[in-house]
Design a protein around this ligand. Structure first.
Ligand code: F6R
Length: 262
């Protein structure tokens, strides 16, 4: 059990600040394990990729190997996937999930959902609408794990000029990536020019409908987006600020560097 160094209550959210990202990730993994246990093993989880949650998955795999956690009754829905991309491509989020979690635990493969980067474009809207229907048919998400982009994106819901009420209704869909997101993905794609410029993402509406939301952010590069999301105005220009519209169910899990602006 890893305890936060301090806990703040800001704009309806609980903000847990840990001395470092390793202890924060242990706590996040323990929160996910508790969610699974509380659902008698049958939790429905929304999962994120990226650098931030890698140690969380490592800890979940460790708990599984120690015989303390089973995914046999769990269902997962990943947040996003590049488009178009093959699941065999090591840069796909399906491949990421396989590397970091799916290959190492007893999660049934037919309940490990990732948006399909191979769906023909003419069917993308049908596919993403079906993804939302499947989440709803599974009873909704017990917990959504999120990271945050430097531009404040959640999933690949990028900054926009929409009105707040329009942004809150955004469903799962095909989107174009923001320049900051493309720059940040340059490393995985061997240069910004090679970054796949579009993606399928779970929308703002299904994210906010989750019964609990755990947002992870570490390091100084995230501090500004975190401060804006937690204390700034609610605006689709910084999509993570929309989390303020669901008070009582958001927990921010930060290290000291990411919490610097709070
Ligand atoms: C990933 C996702 C993104 C990332 C965000 C932070 O599934 O939805 O919103 O959480 O871009 O990425 P990292 O963790 O690499 O800094």
């Amino acid at each position: 059990m890893s305890a936060p160094a301090r806990v703040l209550s800001l704009a309806g959210a609980s903000v847990q600040v840990f001395v470092d990202s390793s202890s924060a990730c242990l706590a996040a993994a323990d929160a996910i394990a508790r969610t699974i246990h509380a659902a008698n093993g049958r939790a429905v989880l929304g999962l994120a990729t990226g650098a931030t949650p890698e140690p969380v998955y490592a800890r979940l795999v460790g708990l599984h190997r120690a015989g303390e956690l089973s995914f046999a009754g769990v269902t997962t829905y990943n947040l996003d996937e590049y488009y178009p991309i093959s699941p065999l491509d090591p840069r796909s989020y399906r491949a990421y999930m396989h590397r970091h979690l799916f290959a190492h635990v007893d999660l049934p493969p037919n309940r490990a959902h990732v948006l399909d980067g191979t769906v023909p474009e003419a069917f993308a809207a049908e596919h993403t609408a079906q993804y939302d229907r499947w989440i709803a048919a599974d009873g909704g998400l017990d917990l959504q794990l999120l990271g945050i982009g430097r531009n404040g994106h959640i999933g690949f819901n990028e900054p926009s000029e929409l009105a707040v009420d329009e942004a809150l209704k955004l469903p799962t869909r095909l989107v174009s990536l923001h320049p900051v997101t493309r720059a940040d993905a340059a490393r995985e794609f061997d240069g910004e020019a090679h970054v796949i410029p579009r993606a399928l993402t779970v929308g703002v509406a299904p994210i906010l409908a989750a019964r609990s939301i755990l947002v992870l952010a570490f390091g100084p590069r995230k501090a500004e987006a975190v401060a804006e999301a937690v204390r700034g105005p609610v605006t689709p220009r910084l999509p993570a600020s929309l989390l303020q519209t669901v008070p009582g169910k958001v927990v921010w899990v930060l290290d000291e560097a990411a919490a610097k602006g709070l």
